[in-house]
Design a protein around this ligand. Structure first.
Ligand code: NDP
Length: 477
């Protein structure tokens, strides 16, 4: 598969003609080419975007709705093609890609309706004046997304940016460019006016950096690692760009003795290992109340034994391939570190070589116990199929451990005590708290983290507010 940039409504070769290899992680081999674009391509994309922006901003809301909805329908119509491309590119099981493609289409559908309904506020000042807040499009905005949920997260940014009347320059991760490329074809078919969305493929430090440095791209919505986020923030700050940063996590998953333990254990398998643990919301630190520690631990190990690791295209596969060789090596190095730090591997820990896919990058789902809350394994984001488990004595201790990292993205806990549910939900220092569930998503809710997990929120009206500039108009009566 040869990927092309999407600039000014056309599929284009990168200006310098350079390409990078694109790997299929299930076999560890190159299967395609992705543009190695540079600042010239970003400048071209900006030129097209700025030429198109006012026209798009002034397009009636109903027309915006129709086009965004047509993009959603275009993804739905090619769902299987999209899902196959996503699994091949990313390594995730095909059943999961199918679900994510439904969600990518939903993102466009959700923000198609937002284009129709988003409104300005007004504030009457007795009989002296009326204030109204114009929510105006920002202009040209940049969207940068990671490799773990490629189209799902790409569309989560692009759809609200477009619904708010902006033109977009966007960069998917060069590890997983395939579905963004298919999306450009869908946008052409859906009649999205040329230049309104431009997708530039390539490396973060080249293409992403050129976007963040571009003085006229006025806002950047970024999802990725905390280190990259810091760098982007430092680059963008002197230009006073608007920034939305969705960064890493080290999420706790807390099981209290009074919970529905069966449900907690069954869900925890997903919380820990869905998408090979490569979801920013996965719970990587499992805290279990002392009195049920052994019972929950053993039940979880039994469930994990049932998970098949292997070819992403097989229906029976629960854990697919790790996205890239460097990431595979990083995850393996953390399993080694955990043991150096005194951790005991209860299950997993090894590389898997599925028949016919021996050179792919596969790691068994891994549970490690016996580590202190402060050790590196419990403080740093691993972002793979690896969790640690720790016992706790009481709610206060669980809270202290849960809050005791630099991250604050998502916390999950399991209890049937209503008072505790509200108390703990309020005290956990996280942007998202799930009680007796995990990854239950309502697209209207604010999404994002605190501390080193990010700045700002996506989702619902939050994203529409981010992608617009409020202007107060005061009219004396
Ligand atoms: P990275 O930070 O490495 O990359 C994210 C994106 O930024 C990629 O497109 C990358 O390009 C690009 N990039 C890299 N360097 C720069 C730069 N200097 N300027 C601009 N853009 C740049 O993250 P990963 O792709 O490794 O994704 C995994 C991370 O994402 C994890 O930490 C995870 O927790 C986080 N994440 C957070 C979520 C949230 O909502 N909070 C959701 C999902 C993931 P390239 O691919 O070329 O490096």
């Amino acid at each position: 598969m040869k990927i092309l940039n999407y600039i000014n409504g056309e599929l284009k070769e990168p200006a310098a003609g350079a390409y990078l290899d694109n790997y299929d992680p299930s076999i560890g081999q190159v299967y395609g080419q992705v543009p190695d674009s540079d600042s010239t391509d970003v400048a071209d994309a900006y030129k097209a975007a700025t030429a198109a922006q006012k026209g798009w901003e002034n397009t009636p809301a109903e027309e915006k709705f129709k086009v965004l909805n047509a993009i959603a329908e275009g993804i739905d119509a090619k769902r299987e093609e999209f899902a196959l491309a996503e699994s091949r590119d990313q390594g995730k099981p095909l059943w999961l890609s199918r679900n994510e493609m439904i969600r990518a289409a939903q993102n466009f559908r959700f923000y198609a309706t937002a284009a129709m309904q988003f409104a300005s506020e007004s504030h009457a000042m007795e009989n002296r004046a009326i204030n109204y807040t114009l929510r105006q499009s920002i202009g040209v905005v940049g969207c940068i997304s990671p490799w773990n949920l490629p189209l799902y997260l790409f569309s989560w940014k692009i759809a609200p940016a477009l619904a708010a009347g902006n033109a977009v320059v966007a960069k998917p991760s060069e590890f997983t460019p395939a579905t963004a490329f298919l999306l450009s074809e869908v946008c052409i078919q859906a009649g999205l006016p040329k230049g309104v969305l431009n997708i530039v493929h390539g490396l973060g430090p080249k293409v992403g950096q050129a976007m963040v440095e571009h003085p006229k791209i006025k806002a950047i919505s970024f999802t990725g690692g905390t280190v990259t986020g810091k760098y982007i923030a430092a680059t963008a700050a002197p230009m006073f760009k608007k920034l939305s940063l969705e960064l890493g996590g080290k999420n706790p998953n807390i099981i209290f003795a009074d919970a529905d333990l069966d449900k907690a254990v069954k869900t925890t398998v997903n919380t820990s290992f869905m998408n090979q643990g490569e979801i920013c919301l996965c719970g990587s630190r499992l805290l279990i109340e002392e009195s049920v520690y052994e019972e929950v631990k053993n039940a979880l190990i039994e469930e994990v034994k049932k998970l098949t690791v292997g070819d992403p295209m097989n229906d029976s596969t629960r854990i697919g391939a790790i996205v890239s060789k460097p990431h595979y090596e990083k995850v393996k190095s953390y399993i080694e570190l955990a043991q150096e730090e005194g951790g005991k591997v209860l299950i997993g820990g090894q590389t898997v070589h599925p028949e016919g896919k021996e050179n792919g990058w596969y790691i068994q789902p891994t549970i490690i116990e016996g580590l202190k809350a402060e050790c590196r394994t419990n403080q740093e984001e691993i972002f793979g199929p690896v969790i640690t488990i720790m016992p706790f004595k009481n709610e206060a201790e669980a809270l202290e451990i849960a809050n005791g990292t630099e991250y604050g993205l998502a916390a999950t806990f399991w209890t049937n005590d209503l008072k505790r549910a509200h108390r703990l939900a309020s005290e956990l220092e996280f942007g998202i708290v799930w009680v007796n569930c995990w990854l239950l998503r309502d697209l209207r809710t604010p999404f994002g983290g605190v501390k080193s997990s990010g700045v700002g929120r996506e989702g619902g009206w939050e994203a529409m507010r981010f992608f617009t500039e409020p202007k107060n108009v005061c009219i004396a009566l």
